[in-house]
Design a protein around this ligand. Structure first.
Ligand code: ADP
Ligand code: MG
Length: 292
């Protein structure tokens, strides 16, 4: 494209809440065959809310919530914030843990009142040799509803499940339909569990889901799709999306997301709404048509 047509398109983008940082992105966006969407914070609001507290027999809801909220007190993960806020809202005391470690893509391990507390996904508990079999029915029910369940163990014993729900952004369904109407394959990629991801995908009309992806494997997943001859767009908001955004042919960051994601991408969707991506693709089409 000519410098002038790029300038015009960049200006039009800006007035539609789309910051285009590279001319190459504008020249490539109309060729995208596949768009990979992060789930949390991209398709959903990324503001999960605590919905369920399900202790095992012999443990009270307050005991379970006190343990998990204290363990999560020092975590910066949005799931942790949902648990801590939910506990405070229901009047449960939340004290900081004595020590704390975040286990990326899995959960947290903390020392609370001299007890070791684990909160996270099934993988975290299984790797710590905790028998979580009796929690599995609750896990299945919660994730089938599109909620994110987190399991808790104290001193190596499973004590219950808590769950959070994260609402869809109001335009996600429309934006995904818009991408599909343009002949683009839409893929959801998330670290969240397979059943939760599948439930959210069904709600927004996505049939291809890559779930339980470790943060360091997101970029490899984009590379694999490129290896199939696809031209791949990626949209994400988190630190863990940054390498995948950089790997994609066109990386788009959610404007309300982390700085690292924005710096690793070609396009910023300022309002965070996915319909802006559809607009950017249309802008690319129009720009490239004008100069041919
Ligand atoms: P996403 O790709 O959805 O942003 P992450 O890679 O950050 O997800 O996390 C993947 C999974 O690891 C979460 O769905 C959750 O099960 C677990 N997890 C991560 N951080 C925490 C935490 N602080 N507390 C409990 N579970 C966590
Ligand atoms: Mg995210």
């Amino acid at each position: 494209a000519t410098p002038l047509s790029i300038t015009v398109a960049t200006g039009k983008g800006a007035s539609n809440g789309i910051l285009i940082r590279s001319a190459a992105a504008l020249e490539t966006a109309h060729k995208l065959t596949t768009v990979v969407l992060d789930k949390t914070g991209t398709i959903t609001l990324g503001k999960p809310v605590l919905t369920d507290v399900l202790p095992v027999d012999g443990v009270t809801k307050t005991q379970l919530l006190t343990a998990v909220a204290s363990a999560e007190h020092d975590s910066e993960h949005p799931l942790a914030a949902a648990i801590v806020d939910g506990a405070r809202d229901s009047g449960v005391p939340v004290a900081p843990p004595d020590s704390f470690a975040s286990i990326t893509g899995k959960g947290v391990r903390a020392s609370v009142d001299g007890h070791e507390v684990l909160v996270g996904n099934l993988r975290l508990l299984v790797e710590a040799n905790v028998d979580a079999t009796m929690l599995e029915p609750d896990l299945a029910l919660l994730s089938h509803d599109g909620k994110t369940p987190m399991l808790a163990a104290v001193d190596g014993v499973a004590v219950g499940v808590v769950a959070v729900a994260d609402a869809l952004k109001e335009d996600s369904v429309e934006a995904i339909a818009g991408l599909k109407a343009r002949g683009i394959d839409v893929v959801m990629m998330t670290g969240d569990n397979r059943n939760t991801a599948g439930a959210i995908a069904r709600q927004v009309g996505i049939s291809r889901v890559v779930a339980e992806v470790m943060p360091e494997h997101k970029a490899a997943e984009v590379r694999r799709l490129q290896g199939e001859g696809r031209v791949v767009g990626m949209v994400g908001d988190g630190i863990n999306d940054a390498p995948a955004l950089a790997q994609a042919d066109v990386g788009s960051a959610i404007g309300t997301g982390t700085d690292v994601a924005i710096e690793s991408s070609d396009i910023t969707l300022i309002s965070g709404n996915l319909t802006a991506l559809v607009t950017a693709i249309d802008l690319s089409h129009a720009t490239m048509r004008n100069i041919r």
